[in-house]
Design a binder for this molecule. Structure first.
Ligand code: ARG
Length: 439
């Protein structure tokens, strides 16, 4: 494929943000594992197409150059306003929906088709392949013709055109036009269209490409990530979360409520898309459904079989027989879906982190950080050990106050005020029997 300078620039930019290729490879694997039609639904508004067509097309072509095909849904707000004005039809909105008199529907169709083709052609100019699908996907019913005219509410999604484009290696570019059972063309709100498509496809990522590139806090700074389970109520109660942002967050919650826990929404600018997708830190706002953390001081409050399953899945090895029954837990932390957790016991009178486990699929979701911060807040003084070969050790080294090598183990501690105690605890901990079956 002939990549244009803009696509090459995206690649160079991405490379400059990474320390090594690991992060990028990890995300690329993750995105490629899901079915092609489930990688991502991308929503882009008319303003971005008008003001940043090349950036947008380069970002989409870049994804294709690494073998990923997003499904794009676009709006056309500003373009429709001027097309309608030119046709002598005054733009009018009721409850945020564009009122569409019969005379307006052909103007809207023509205008959306032009926008659609301009995006398709721009992607091709950047060396990508895209299929124009301005209509034929969304099945709809008239919402309330007396109020809105030819505005439809999606009742279903026909994937034939989308699938055929994907099979041919083309990114499907959809406009928000629907048709009713009796063949009437209707205008569909872009949020409604995205919701219908997301419901049917269950994508891994939903991406909003905007000019601002994310949600902004009360000081106008970008919010890097939002965990709905723990932050939604607080956000909705803050007075600085005003009209447009409130609607946006509610819409995102609605989308994510309909998807598996692993799915997430990213809001970013076209120029930052590669960095957002292929690095942990991202560039934009990442919204996840998230999970609450349950903190217990009694083992019976935890589900032992789910906990041992979490441990064996995250270490790739089973716990030794009787592990759970013999465990004398002093503190336990686990996310509500048992995807990350920590178990604290006691060894020789000191708190000992017996397990810190995070499912592979949950890594990069921030769950481990949430569990870890709950842990260190509740238990400021403790020891733990990890195999010298465990890749998590760089995280442990950054979190510990000290560490020593003890045979195949590294023993770490936090909050130890009397270092003369270290050798005894290290010795005790190094000698603890294995809790995981040898592989
Ligand atoms: N690359 C990951 C993803 O797209 C993580 C992105 C993190 N982004 C952020 N704004 N915090 O799922």
């Amino acid at each position: 494929m002939a990549e244009t300078p803009a696509v090459r620039q995206t690649i160079v930019q991405l490379l400059s943000h990474m320390r090594d290729g690991k992060e990028i490879r990890e995300y690329l694997n993750r995105f490629s594992q899901v079915d092609q039609s489930r990688f991502a639904v991308v929503k882009v508004g008319g303003a971005v197409i008008r003001d940043d067509l090349d950036g947008l097309a380069a970002a989409l072509a870049f994804l294709q150059s690494v073998g990923l095909l997003p499904i794009v849904v676009h709006g056309g707000g500003p373009q429709l306003d001027s097309a309608l004005a030119e046709a002598g039809i005054a733009p009018e909105k009721v409850n945020g929906l564009r009122v569409t008199p019969d005379a307006a529907i052909t103007v809207i169709r023509d205008s959306l088709t032009r926008i659609n083709l301009s995006l398709v052609e721009a992607v091709r100019r950047h060396g990508g392949q895209a299929a124009a699908i301005p209509q034929g996907v969304f099945e709809a019913e008239l919402l309330d013709p007396a109020v809105y005219g030819r505005v439809g509410e999606p009742t279903g999604v026909r994937l034939d055109l989308v699938d055929s484009a994907l099979k041919g290696g083309e990114a499907p570019i959809l406009a928000c036009l629907g048709d009713t059972a009796d063949g009437q063309l209707v205008n569909i709100n872009a949020d409604f269209a995205v919701r219908a498509l997301v419901h049917t496809l269950q994508p891994y990522k939903i991406i909003f490409l905007t000019e601002t590139g994310g949600l902004l806090d009360e000081k106008g700074r970008l919010i890097s990530s939002v965990n709905l389970a723990t932050e939604f109520d607080r956000l909705m109660a803050s007075d600085w979360v005003a009209g447009g942002m409130r609607v946006k967050i509610e819409e995102i919650k609605r989308l994510l409520d309909d998807l598996p826990l692993t799915s997430s929404v990213s809001i970013t600018r076209p120029e930052e898309l590669a960095k957002e997708l292929f690095t942990h830190a991202g560039a934009g706002t990442l919204v996840r459904k998230g999970e609450r953390v349950l903190t217990v001081s009694d083992k019976r409050e935890l589900d032992g079989s789910r906990m041992t399953e979490l441990i064996s899945k995250s270490f790739g090895r089973a716990t030794v027989p009787g592990y759970w029954d013999q465990l004398s837990l002093s503190r336990g932390f686990v996310t509500e879906n048992y995807r990350a957790g920590a178990l604290v016991t006691e060894v020789g009178g000191v708190a000992y982190l017996d397990k810190f486990a995070v499912l592979g699929e949950a890594r990069g979701e921030g769950l481990s950080k949430t569990v870890w911060s709950n842990l260190i807040e509740a238990v400021p003084y403790f020891y733990w050990r990890s195999r010298a070969t465990n890749p998590i050790n760089s995280f442990y080294f950054s979190e510990c106050d000290g560490a020593v090598r003890e045979g195949n183990w590294i023993v770490f501690w936090r909050g130890e005020r009397d270092l003369t105690r270290v050798p005894r605890f290290v010795d005790l901990i190094g000698k603890l029997p294995p809790t995981l079956v040898e592989s």
